[in-house]
Design a protein around this ligand. Structure first.
Ligand code: ZN
Length: 204
């Protein structure tokens, strides 16, 4: 069956599905045909959950993490070490570090990275909020967990510069992380090593 002979709605869903990260047209087609085989109640639950995720979650006004309560469960957890803060580019990176169980402090999600080629930057309000939190919470150490590639380096330098006048130790995850990789896809052992061997950034 050629793609054009498919019913319009099926074709449309395949197109939409293939927009998801890492999903090509072939995989999208498999997903859609899987959906077609399910009964209506399953499909309704699936659609309802997607809507629920979109409607009921937002970014924590403190750390920027994805949450359905305000502030998020990490920010309100009194058992965590509230003197150390891990700065990550995205909430996926935060989840990855949390799942690895290697960090018990607070987080700050930048919601972007410095990437001149893609004309991307860290949102200004995120940097302002970070400075405010570091001062208000009297943070003693910032752990930069930006990606081990050029954009991650530039992002780390930008944060170091932004915190220049604030007396706080700044370290960065180092050994064990493959250059060009990402925090979000790193395995637990790699993340653990990178956290344990973090290095204080020079030039502060
Ligand atoms: Zn939070």
């Amino acid at each position: 069956m050629s793609v054009t002979s498919l019913p319009g709605s099926v074709h449309k869903l395949i197109k939409l599905w293939s927009k998801l990260p890492g999903i090509g047209e072939k995989t999208a087609r498999r997903m859609v045909f899987f959906i077609l085989k399910q009964d209506s109640s399953w499909v309704n639950e699936f659609i309802g959950t997607i809507k629920q995720v979109k409607e009921e979650t937002h970014h924590c006004s403190e750390c920027g993490n994805i949450t359905d309560i305000e502030p998020c469960s990490i920010c309100r957890d009194k058992m965590r070490n509230r003197k150390i803060m891990c700065v990550v580019e995205s909430d996926e990176d935060c989840i990855s570090i949390e799942q690895a169980g290697i960090f018990n402090g607070l987080y700050h999600i930048l919601g972007g990275q410095v990437s001149p080629l893609d004309e991307q930057d860290i949102p200004e309000e995120s940097i302002t909020k970070l400075k405010e939190r570091v001062c208000d919470l009297k943070i003693e150490e910032i752990v930069l967990a930006t990606a081990p590639r050029i954009e991650g380096d530039l992002t780390a330098f930008a944060i170091q510069e932004a915190l220049e006048d604030i007396p706080v130790k700044i370290s960065r995850l180092s050994y064990g992380l493959p250059v060009g990789g990402s925090i979000g896809y790193a395995d637990r052992v790699t993340l653990h090593m990178a956290m344990e061997s973090r290095k204080e950034m020079p030039g502060k």
